[in-house]
Ligand binder design. Structure first.
Ligand code: ACO
Ligand code: ZN
Length: 169
């Protein structure tokens, strides 16, 4: 009867701070086999604070993205060195999935990487079996630019996916 406003559908994307790191580490452990030390998260936050984002739902951290800015050979223009945002890790807790958090967090990160860090491209690696993530990236305009054999500890291949940051919606 009447409006059923599920409060889980309201989320806020904001920059991460050191107080968020334990929650971020927990989400990383719950969601992915690739885990890192506290000091690794801390170093990324200190080095690239603007593109380390969290999604908050009712005061609880539901997802994160962390990125590193690197100089790489362009994935789109031959022999050109460019600044690119490398998505090191993105994840959303299972109970908050499929409400647009990852898409929103990625769009925010892409704008920040371009406008605050001067990146012209963004790239990441993803397991070839990770259909949800691959769909997410393709929906956001990423393309598969390479396949890296045995990239993961268990031997699975990765797709290298990338997009240019010229035109953002
Ligand atoms: N099956 C198929 N497509 C999916 C799925 C799914 N289960 N989940 C998301 N998508 C695609 C869809 O195209 C979706 O759009 P739609 O809902 O309109 O169909 C689009 O992604 C956007 O979905 P969001 O709701 O924004 O994504 P969500 O917040 O659920 O997070 C994520 C997606 C991050 C992949 C989540 O499932 C997750 O945390 N998975 C485990 C961790 C992980 O795999 N992280 C990425 C590893 S690679 C890396 O970190 C660089
Ligand atoms: Zn990577």
């Amino acid at each position: 009867m009447g409006l059923d406003l599920d409060s889980r559908n309201y989320f806020l994307i904001r920059g991460a701070s050191e107080e968020d790191l334990l929650a971020v580490m927990n989400i990383n452990r719950v969601c992915l086999p690739e885990n890192y030390t506290y000091s690794f998260f801390e170093t990324i936050l200190k080095s690239f604070p603007k593109s380390f984002l969290v999604a908050e739902v009712n005061g609880k951290i539901a997802g994160y993205i962390m990125c590193r800015v690197e100089r790489i050979f362009s994935k789109f223009q031959r022999f050109k060195i460019v600044k690119a945002g490398h998505v090191i890790s993105i994840a959303v807790l299972p109970e908050y999935r499929r409400i647009g958090i990852a898409a929103s967090i990625m769009k925010n990160a892409m704008k920040i990487l371009r406008d605050e860090y001067g990146c012209s491209e963004i790239f990441l690696e993803v397991r070839i079996s990770n259909t949800p993530a691959i769909n997410l990236y393709e929906k956001l305009g990423f393309i598969k630019v390479d396949r890296i054999k045995g990239y993961y500890m268990d031997g699975e291949d990765a797709y290298l996916m990338a997009r240019e940051l010229t035109f953002l919606e």
